[in-house]
Design a protein around this ligand. Structure first.
Ligand SMILES: [Zn+2]
Length: 101
């Protein structure tokens, strides 16, 4: 296990791993490094939550469009991934939202 990677994971790497974990199982070091980073970094926790929301929305859209009987244009997996990553990037670049009064 690469303890150095676990202790020095940066936000950019964390978001990359968080994105990757949605598509494939993570190797042990990445999984632990991400967990440690998420424990310490609220920005990356929020990014990961937003990524999960985007994924749920994309699934819902896909389900609804598959129910529709009219012929439709299919997006390729690569195009869907590009849209998802662009949306995640847009969310990441938003200023932190403040809650409360
Ligand atoms: Zn972070």
């Amino acid at each position: 296990m690469d303890i150095w990677k676990i202790l020095t994971l940066r936000c950019a790497e964390s978001t990359e791993i968080a994105s990757r974990e949605l598509d494939e199982p993570l190797e042990r070091t990445s999984r632990i490094a991400l967990a440690v980073h998420l424990f310490l970094c609220r920005h990356c926790r929020r990014f990961r939550r937003q990524l999960a929301i985007i994924r749920r929305i994309m699934h819902r859209i896909r389900e609804q469009s598959s129910v529709a009987s009219a012929p439709r244009q299919q997006l390729s997996d690569a195009t869907r991934n590009r849209i998802s990553l662009a949306m995640a990037q847009m969310l990441r670049n938003q200023p932190p939202r403040r809650f409360g009064p």
